[in-house]
Design a protein around this ligand. Sequence first.
Ligand code: 13P
Length: 266
Amino acid sequence: MQAMDMQDATVSCPVNIAAPRARMVVANWKMFGNLALCRESLPRLADAANAKVELVVCPPAPYLGEVGRLANRSGVQYGAQDVAEVTHGARTGEWSADMLAELGCRYAIVGHSERRDRHRECNQTVAVKAAMCIAAGVIPIVCVGETMEDRESGNTEAVLAKQLNAILQLMKKNAVFVLAYEPVWAIGTGLAATPEMAQDVHAFLRRQLALFVPEWGESVTILYGGSVKADNAASLFAMPDIDGGLVGGASLNVLDLLSIYRSAMI
Ligand code: 13P
């Protein structure tokens, strides 16, 4: 690791950038969309966004400037889908948390399973990325989730605890972060977890959080992600420990996203 070691990565949030346990809907466009989608969606999202539920768009990085311009002075927040694990350096194709902060990003997704899988990101890398965000005043949306193999072999909780603990070890007590439970088997498959299944895991994650900092069990926002659609969002978001959603495919259709957003307003 360049420029900082693991010890230096233990950081606290410099500013109070989010209310505890906010309800949120986060659109993760992944590598989809174009300028036309930004220009079509953002004004409609801006009209709908209100203070009860945070609405966040995470477009591909090349569109962050345009999304920031369009979201300007609206209730819509925006963020990146990833961030580098160092502050600067010869890292072709990467960007730092400070750069995201300069662009007005409130959030950055870290540890998405697509990055863990395709880019071989380990728990340690994800933990450092989360810490870099917090140091820059960007709220990390930290993703954890088990594979179908993990679930079928009864290892869901052990896998999630390992992923989560690596991250929490680098957090100070006043750190502000969002957790997203995204079972890998539910991502892009149309096979969402049932509300009860997701609720069980969210309750487990709250117990794990509380082992580190008792208040975190109640105060941390935990989103569910994995085939959230307009027709299943309300039942998922009605669960007591699910605070909203991290939405992939359905977020590319502005009407679907707005419907999901309204479902979180309960
Ligand atoms: P889908 O909603 O397309 O299943 O994707 C979920 C996801 O990975 C969001 O980060």
